[in-house]
Design a protein around this ligand. Sequence first.
Ligand code: PLP
Length: 339
Amino acid sequence: MENIDWNNLGFGYVKTDYNIRCTYKNGEWGELEVSNSEYFPMHIAATAIHYGQESFEGLKAFRGKDGKIRIFRMDENARRMQDSSDGTLMPRLPIEKFEEAVLKAVKLNERFVPPYESGASLYIRPVMFGTGAEVGVKPAKEYMFILFVTPVGPYFKGGFQATPFVIMREYDRSAPLGMGKYKVGGNYAASLVAGKKAHELGYSNVFYLDAKEKKYIDECGAANFFGIKGNSYVTPESTSILPSITNKSLMVLAEEFGLKVERRHIQVEELATFEEAGACGTAAVISPIERIDDYDKNITYKLTKNGKPGPVCEKLYNRLRAIQYGDEPDKYGWVTILD
Ligand SMILES: Cc1ncc(COP(=O)(O)O)c(C=O)c1O
């Protein structure tokens, strides 16, 4: 066994033993295959590399205090990948096949699931792409689904922390009637330049407004936004954001805590009225937002007191992590325990 320093893992690629593959040919998906190669030979005219016919997912497996491995809401990721297929004219991978691939990959790479105490987890990355050769812009006739896993460190190494975000009106990530609601590679390519600039300016990520009117809040980098205002959990309704599974889960937990959940348009100026806010997603669960600077308008929205995460963010974060690691009962049936 390679010496993995579980306590100092970052969010990067670490080679594991096996990955799972499945090919689509002659109008149907084949059987799942296990591979120990990190490579895949591809046709030079594959639609994935020319026209971006591609989608991916991201989910995690956690090792509990009891040593058991828990996978969080994989049926939701399977469904979202089907939506991405619909949006890119790729064939839908059946939900059962997706789940079987997840379970198989985690099981075969069990030794890479970090110990409970490390706060780290196993990141699961399914990806699907057109492999068939086409030169015109059209969908491929053949596809590949690959699923690999890689151990990742805890997002907050020095404890739960709040970070600043920036609104930069010169960049859009996705259009209102475009691809933002799907998890497709092109959206991330489209975010790289803005992300680089935000990092250079000292921000943790870009805070996107709706591309059409630049009036409403969309997303924060690769995470959904929520704000806490009085007794409400407020999160954007938008056609250009990814439906986050973490956000969907937090909405349930917010209600459990007696908060009112509001999914609606949020005007950027409303940021001034939130007591707390967070960016939520698989990577961080919740990344509390310290402040948001509207770069072009020179306005700062403060979303923390003394730069510290607020109590509601912390409570939601702890509750969701406790379900994921099995410290608290899985009362919503979100977790699949590996045999
Ligand atoms: C653009 C974008 N928004 C939101 C999210 C958060 O989604 P989830 O909670 O399902 O990880 C992600 C990450 O998957 C993302 O890439």
